[in-house]
Design a protein around this ligand. Sequence first.
Ligand code: AMP
Length: 593
Amino acid sequence: MKVLVIGNGGREHTLVWKISQSPKVSQIYCAPGNAGIASLAECIDIKADNIQELLDFSIDNSIDLTVVGPELPLSLGLVNRFEKEGLRVFGPGKMAAQIEASKSFSRYIMEKYNIPIARGESFDDFDKANSYIRSQETPIVVKADGLAAGKGVIICNTHDEAIHAAQKIMVDQIFGNAGKKVVIEECLVGEEASFLAFTDGKTVLPLPSSQDHKAIFDNDQGPNTGGMGAYSPAPIIDRIMHDKVMETVMIPVINGLKAEGINYCGVLYAGLMIVRDQVYVLEFNVRFGDPECQPLLMRLKSDVVDIMDACIDGQLDRFKLDIDPRPSVCVVMSSGGYPESYQKGMIINGLDNNLDTEKVRVFHAGTAYKAHDIVTSGGRVLGVTALGDTIQSAIDDAYDAVSRISWNGCYFRKDIGKKAVDRLGQLPQVGIVMGSDSDLDIMKSAAMTFKQFSIPYEMTVASAHRTPERVMKFARDAEQKGINVIIAGAGMAAHLAGFLAAHTRIPIIGVPINASSLQGLDSLLSTVQMPPGVPVATMGIGKPGAKNAALFAIQMLALNNTDLQKQLQDYKRDMAEQVVAKAKAVCQGMLEK
Ligand code: AMP
């Protein structure tokens, strides 16, 4: 099989590397490629947006599969042109690509299909944008509608700054046509994460979560870049958040596009902001992120060509991804001065240090050959990527390889992956135990409530009947870990709460789960009816009980925590306001009738 990969960055080197592992593939071409790619593929001197020449090349060379790396050729309709000629190509068509190429189109789809986004509006008239900005709170975000090489988003602290940004984009047209419209959005504060999936337009097959580091300096300081590093998985996207992202973002957007008559085939990337228990979409990209692609493909064990074929053939439902459980980290090494002006042509030392191993790969982004030397030829030069048994060992191995490479003016961030290490290092304050994985759907309500209050928790499955040792161990270790309360959810003969209470001094709150023909009454009675000396608090059956268990636990924690007391007060006030709002709506409805 002959494969053509389009693009010349770190993402494309990673794609070429991964594609080269497929036994189906006999030859890879890359247009235009870079010095790293040249060791695996034949580099062709055609630019990524020169669709006609790419098409001619593919026909002349009987290319079996074309894989498009960057967004520009996708938004220009490369896929439509190739398909018209009967060529197989992996990536979305022109209409589908608008979800990245036009932020107003993307907002339109998200609003129509109830996908969570920041409050905001699109404008094609500067005066209207101006008065809207004045009517909103600051900070506020101004975005150019079209593709602006990652520079089109400006976060503004004052109204004047925002109006100035809108003027630069719409009137001065600093991003050209991309700034004909602007999107103005509320500024969300939370933690960002990237969520990518393969899709054939019907099935959505998620890759593990990842996180990018956009700012140039450590601790996310300084101007944004294309990305200075990434890691996977992102601990902020735990199993529960993963399900929420699939249910509220990924599946609805693919179905929404389908309802609009747009079949999406390729990789869909959602840039997310996680605000406590809420997920918001900041943007969609219609291709792999760079540098998220590097850690993600290092972890992908399946044959990527099989997955791409399944997407093109609309048969992704038959596929399961095989993912390496080890975390992965990519550290981007850039030219000094990037993302502003920088020098090119610096000789890169250390690339012959046998750096590539089973665990470490040096992916090239902005590199070229100059005589026999490999030199810098772009802002982001290399993506040094490592797999590790822990995120810390992946970080250590990536930085060890980085330390053996150098050139004049080379720069890299020193804190890639630190957020993941910090989050994983947070000690849980509460424990959630459930008797079976089938209880997860109910116990999610407790977990989401803890997220809402930013309380770290540990969650596990352990059965009082089938794995009593596991329950005992959890109960005994909990105190040492700093856990203050345990919530135990179980169905049928629910001895879990009492069994835990027998093995720890930590207060236990039982949540009865409806798992039998007795509709949860059996577990309610076996949870509530504890012998004297074994106290267990018992909540109602099912989701409301799980939520109340979390709130009750938070009330206990709040006894010694004024911040939590304040949060609980706010929570109760919001609840009361919602009731009043609903009451008003009902009364209004009755009046109208
Ligand atoms: P985008 O191209 O829309 O992903 O925006 C680039 C970056 O701008 C994001 O990764 C965020 O860091 C930031 N950003 C975009 N929209 C918002 C928003 N509504 N609130 C806060 N930050 C945002």
